[in-house]
Design a binder for this molecule. Sequence first.
Ligand code: NDP
Length: 498
Amino acid sequence: MELTKKEAQSIASGLKLPAKAFIDGRFCDASDGAVFETINPATVEVIARVAHCSATDVDRAVIAARRSFDDGGWSRAAPEDRKSILLRLSALIRENTAELAVMESLDSGKTITDCLHEIGNEVADFFQWYAELADKSFGKVAPTGEDAMALVVKEPAGVVGLVLPWNFPLLMAAWKLAPALAAGCSCIVKPAEQTPLTALRLAELAREAGVPDGVLNILPGLGETTGQAIGRHADIDIVSFTGSTEVGGYFLRYAGESNLKSIGLEMGGKSPFIVLDDAVINDDLIEHAATAAFWNGGQNCSANMRQIVDARIAESYLEQITARAKSYVVGDPLDPATDIGAMVTREHMAQVSGYIDRGNAEGGRMLSGGVRKGDGYFIEPTVFGNLTPDMTIVREEIFGPVLGVLPVSGMEEALKIAKDTEYGLHATVFTQDIDRAIHMARRLPCGTVAINGFSEGDIKTPFGGYKRSGSLSRDNGTEAMDQYLQTKTIWISTGGSK
Ligand code: NDP
C-alpha cells in the first residue's frame, strides 16, 4: 500500500488518537489519573496525553488476565476458534493499515513508507501466520513399554507480560502478541513510553475481532513504574522483553526478587557486515550495506554498523557507501520520498550525536552525515572510515545512522574482529566462495547469519541473540510459540497385556 504526502497529511489531521489504557476489554484512565505526553519527534509537538499506568493498574490488569485465563474461554478454546478470531484481527489490521501507519509515523518519527510496509504486510502477516499455526501444533507420544502410555502435551503458559521497544512499535507488539495469543495465553502489554498509540488502537481491533475481555490488556506507562510493576508481579508467569541489555538485566533481577517468572530477552547488538576480498563491490552489495546500517534510521537492534571490509577493496567500498549515504533523503516522515525520518526523542538524538563527536575525537575519518540543523530530531546518514576495533563507536551500540568501516587483512582477521564484541545478534557476510561463507556462518557466535544479502529472516525463522544480545528464547518461527507454552507429561499406567 502507498499513500501520497497529501493523503497521509489528510489522514493525520483527522486522526482520533487513543489515550486511555485498555484493561479487561475497556478503555480507562489510570487509577490515579496520571498521564504522560507523547511527542511527534519530527515537529516536536505533543500529540497526546496518555494514561500512565501504576502498579495498581498493572494489578487490575493481571487480575483480569488471570480470570480470563482460568475461565478457559481463550486458553482452553479449541485452537481453531482462536485461529478464526486471530485471522479476523489480521484482516482488520489490513483494512486499517493507512490509519495505523500514519499514527505510528506521527508517534515514532518513522517514515510512512516503512510504517505502511511493516503494518500492512508484516504485522498483519504475523497474526495470520500464528493463527494458522494454532491448530497445527502437535504434542508427542513418548516410547514406553506396553504397561504405560506417555503423552507430552503443550499448554498455554498463563499470564504473560510483553514489554516493548519504540523502534518498531506495532511490529514488536505483533512479534510477541501473535504467538502468545495463538498459544492461548492472556497478555499484559507495555508499549514504550515514546510510542504507545498503535498498540492501543490494536486493542480496539482485537476486541472487534472477538478477543475476549481480559485476554489482551494494554498498559501504557514508563518503564520504571509500569514496566517494573510487570517485572515484579507475582502472578505473571512469563515476561518477554525487547529493548536495551541494561533493562533486560533488570527483568532478570525483578524475576529473582519476585516469583522466578521466566524471562525471554531480545536486546542490543553491534553486528558486523563482513566483506571478504573476493566479494564484488557493486550496487547490490552497497544497497545491502546501506540498508543494514540506515534502515529505520539505524534504530534497529540488528543494524550492521561495524562494516569489516578487506583492506584490498576498502577504499572503493568507502567511496561507494559514502555516495549512497549522501543520497538518502532525511526529513518529513509523512512524505513517501523520505528515506529516514526523525530520531525518536531529543535525548536519543543527543546520544547519537555524542557518539559522532566521540568518533571524530578518537580519530575516525567522517565522510558524510552529522546532525541536521532546525526543528525535529534529524541525523543524516553518517559514515566513518578507517576505524579500529578499540574505538568507542566500534564497541558501543549507537542505535542511530552511524556506520563505521574497519579495514582488515583476510578472512581470519575479519572473523576475529567480528567476534570481538559482547553482543551476538546478527552478522552479514559477503563472499563468492561457499566454503568461506559456511566457515564464517559456523564460527560467528550470533543468532542470525545472513550470506550475500542483509536479512533478518522472516516470520518462519527464529530471531534472537547470543551473549548479551538475548536469552535462549526466540521471537518468530515456531520457536516463538514455544516461549508461551508449558510442557506437560501425562503418564498413563495401562496394566500391560492383562
Ligand atoms: P529500554 O530498554 O529502556 O526500553 C525498552 C522497554 O523497557 C520500554 O518499554 C521501557 O519503558 C521499558 N523499561 C525501561 N526501563 C525500565 C525499568 N527500569 N523497568 C522495567 N521496564 C523498563 O530501551 P530505550 O527505549 O530507552 O532505548 C535505549 C537503548 O536500548 C537504545 O539506544 C538501544 O541501544 C537499545 N534498544 C534496543 C532495542 C532492540 O530492538 N533490541 C529496542 C530499543 C532500544 P519506557 O521506554 O516506556 O520507559
